[in-house]
Design a binder for this molecule. Structure first.
Ligand SMILES: Cc1cc2nc3c(=O)[nH]c(=O)nc-3n(C[C@H](O)[C@H](O)[C@H](O)COP(=O)(O)O)c2cc1C
Length: 314
């Protein structure tokens, strides 16, 4: 198969330049090992796991694949240092850090012989990541599911600017969900793609069945960015979304917003399937996706479509 760059496949020793995104409540051992076995980089989303659970999930993923695995550590949670230690103890060598300063843990992880990737939403932050010594950056556009940058740069404009700004490899994320969008991202200069919503919509993700079924019927306008003042996050527009939006519009303080969120809303929605009161993170690409295949079938179909797209330019 023909890819414009092998920097990321060489860096992670994977077959395809496809990264299964780390996602709270969604990317556990089953998804990460299935993604690794399909030739992608599988990432365990540590953000929603207490250290003991993370340890168990890493062990389970390692049992199910002999391919490289990574862990995503969102730095906004206070358990981040413990999660990093657990992952190191269990032999993880690839870390995707996000939602915090790239300076915080990069040196420590590099000193332990790890490969470090940090998530960025602007060329300026990408430069800071490079200065902090990371091996690659994920450049994530405004379309993306989950937490998002405040600058509202879409993937189409973000990727070429980040590629021009840094000399390390760039992984494109946000709005990539099929072979056409993957080809577009690589044409913009990315060395690989990271997909969240597409991998969430597979049999192996741990999103609740109610949520997966809802995602199949979502449309192009089913999501919107919320919590812009606190931590911008792209959500499905359900009752919880209306609640938090109304509170923001009414001038709720950060503390009041945190109080609403701290009722375990993300777990309630994505993991337990309460589609009304729970927080439902998803990217704009959910409107394009209307199936729930296995990871292996999804990757196979995506690569066939990628090849077909390339043939348009011959
Ligand atoms: C349900 C969900 C949970 C996510 N959780 C995290 C997370 O814990 N850490 C993180 O760095 N990014 C998280 N993200 C963002 C993804 O890692 C990825 O960059 C993003 O989904 C890419 O955009 P896409 O959804 O359009 O593919 C999450 C995304 C989704 C959809």
């Amino acid at each position: 198969m023909n890819f414009p760059s092998s920097t990321i496949t060489d860096l992670f020793k994977i077959k395809y330049p496809i990264i299964q995104a780390g996602m709270i409540w969604v990317s556990g051992a089953k998804l990460a090992s299935a993604s690794a076995n399909a030739g992608c980089l599988g990432i365990l989303g540590a953000g929603s796991m207490k250290p003991d659970l993370l340890r168990e999930q890493i062990k389970s993923a390692i049992r199910d694949t002999d391919r490289p695995l990574a862990v995503n550590i969102p730095l906004l949670y206070e358990l981040a240092p413990e999660q990093i230690q657990v992952a190191l103890d269990e032999g993880i060598k690839i870390f995707f850090t996000s939602a915090g300063s790239p300076k915080k843990f990069t040196t420590k992880l590099k000193d332990q012989g790890c490969t470090v990737v940090h998530v960025t939403s602007s060329p300026e932050l990408a430069l800071k990541c490079q200065d902090a010594g990371v091996d690659a950056v994920v450049a994530e556009g405004f379309e993306a599911g989950g937490h998002n940058g405040r600058d509202e740069l879409t993937t189409m404009v973000l990727i070429p600017q980040v590629v021009d700004a840094v000399s390390i490899p760039v992984i494109a994320a946000g709005g990539i969900g099929d072979g056409r969008t993957m080809a577009a991202a690589l044409a913009l200069g990315a060395s690989a793609v990271q997909m969240g919503t597409r991998f969430m919509m597979t049999g192996e993700s741990s999103a609740h069945k109610n949520y997966k079924d809802l995602l199949v019927s979502t449309k192009s306008n089913s999501t919107q960015l919320s919590l812009k003042e606190l931590v911008p996050v792209r959500l499905i527009k359900n009752h919880f979304f209306q609640l938090i939006n109304k509170a923001e519009e009414a001038g709720a303080s950060k503390e009041e917003l945190i109080k609403i969120l701290s009722k375990g809303r993300a777990k309630m929605g994505m993991f337990e399937g309460d589609l009304s009161e729970g927080e439902l993170e998803a990217g704009q690409i959910c409107g394009l996706i209307n199936d729930l295949p296995s990871v292996a079938d999804m990757v196979k179909g995506l690569l066939a479509e990628y090849q077909q797209t390339l043939s348009l330019f011959k």
